[in-house]
Design a protein around this ligand. Structure first.
Ligand SMILES: [Zn+2]
Length: 280
């Protein structure tokens, strides 16, 4: 059974995420451990870990942490790459202590270098991370990107290359619908969806563990990562119907990352539930 939820704010305390999820009727949720554009972090105290785990055991459903945007495991600048490895590690270890199910990150950006070199840097960085700490509770998720400005992990060849390097490690993929469509996967037509499926085979569908469910403000292949409300963008209802009627995808957790405006989180979640149950 699909579970529908959203990205919620952790401003003030990560403990507030549970009530914020409840307010919008989210069955699953995603949050940031820290302000996503700031390096500094004071970590999570033992007291917070204890309280968070208590709330999580009542909540029962999966929760996801999204890594900060500053990280770049592909960077040719050794100081930035090392810093990214350190932050990734401290967050991954915190996720494990908190009992978080998924740690989602954008694989990296090839800035000023070729894509091949960028991919090598990502794999090297993840090797460093997993040799220091191999996750036992949290599954690390590579998020596919729109391929904007050198963003890697934009297609299933690149995702597959990374996954294959970490056989046996708790690592999978979080499929972002907006990014996939903006990259060029036409998930909103029958023909496009079946072609998309052939691509998914490159990683094995079972490696897709969660969905970031967003419509797109820009057309197919635009390479622009701008999220729109469900059914209001270029993907449209048909694309979400394709996903939500598919026997594998129907059983995954869904997280909206659509613009926060008024009651729109509730509206978007209601729309997804209606598609799922065949009401629209
Ligand atoms: Zn996303």
């Amino acid at each position: 059974m699909a579970l529908f939820g959203a990205h919620v704010s952790s401003a003030g305390s990560i403990l507030k995420t549970f009530e914020r999820a409840e307010e919008i009727g989210a069955e699953v949720f995603q949050f940031f451990l820290r302000s996503p554009r700031v390096w500094h972090w004071k970590g999570v105290s033992k007291e917070i870990v204890r309280k968070f785990r208590e709330k999580l055991s009542e909540f029962k459903n999966p929760v996801m942490v999204h890594a900060p945007y500053l990280l770049n495991l592909a960077s040719p600048k050794e100081d930035l790459r090392r810093r990214s490895v350190e932050v990734f590690l401290e967050e991954l270890i915190a996720c494990e202590e908190l009992g978080v199910d998924f740690y989602n990150f954008h694989p990296g950006t090839a800035t000023g270098i070729g894509e091949k070199e960028g991919m090598k840097n990502i794999i090297r960085s993840l090797e460093e991370i997993f040799s220091f700490h191999e996750p036992r509770r949290t599954t690390v998720l590579l998020e596919n990107t729109a391929g904007e400005r050198g963003d890697l992990g934009k297609n299933f060849d690149e995702l597959s290359l990374i996954l294959k390097s970490f056989d046996g490690v708790r690592i999978g993929v979080c499929l972002d619908t907006c990014h996939a469509f903006a990259y060029g996967y036409e998930i909103n037509t029958d023909k496009g969806f079946s072609e998309f499926f052939k691509e998914v085979d490159k990683i094995g569908i079972e490696n897709i563990k969660a969905i970031h469910v967003n419509d797109s403000k820009f057309p197919l292949g635009s390479k622009k990562d701008r999220h729109e409300h469900i059914g209001k963008g270029f993907i449209g209802l048909k694309g979400f119907k394709n996903l939500l009627t598919h026997e594998y995808f129907r059983a995954l957790p869904y997280f909206i990352e659509t613009p926060k405006a008024g009651d729109m989180d509730r509206v978007n979640l209601e729309k997804l539930r209606s598609i799922y149950s065949g009401r629209i």
